[in-house]
Write a protein that binds this ligand. Sequence first.
Ligand code: URA
Length: 201
Amino acid sequence: MEGSAPLTLDSLRARASACMACALGSTRTSVVFGEGSPRASLMMIGEGPGEVEDTTGRPFVGPAGQKLDEVMGSVGLRREDAYITNVVKCRPPGNRVPARGEMEACFPYLEAQIALIQPALIVALGNTPTQWLLPDAPGITQSHGKFYAWRGGILVLPMFHPSYLLRYPSKEKGSPKHLTWLDIQKVKAWLDERAAGAAGA
Ligand code: URA
């Protein structure tokens, strides 16, 4: 992102709110920039806003968002503990997967958000953010729950997208839901360990 004044999340949000860098700009109701703690060590990145997000301007507040809250809540994490955003900030019509050109056009915002927040761990929700950040990683069925390094530094852990859990509600051993519960426990344990390390340092 270029510009003379130092970039902040607020100035980036203001810039995004007028963005017409791709065709999604002409069909959106709101730009869904992201929300949460600007100093979070955990960042959650989804695919793109759905209908409720487009209406409210907030990420993950529709049915998938309620599921995400439940997943995070199962290990005592609150939304406010993380910074939550998406690969694309405007809703793809009909909730289709964002096109490559749309993700490319939007990437400077995500890149700048990551640079400003400097999370220690990114959870990539579903295949779209996983493949976008980690093009060499296998699909979500294999990559979920594993730690990858992004650009040699920040860790990325893919998890199933909450919408997928809504579609497959079984909690049986080995089900997406069961695996996600294990994955979020891994995330919490990693964050706790890191916090304990920082406190002891
Ligand atoms: N699905 C996403 O990927 N992101 C949202 O913000 C909502 C639903």
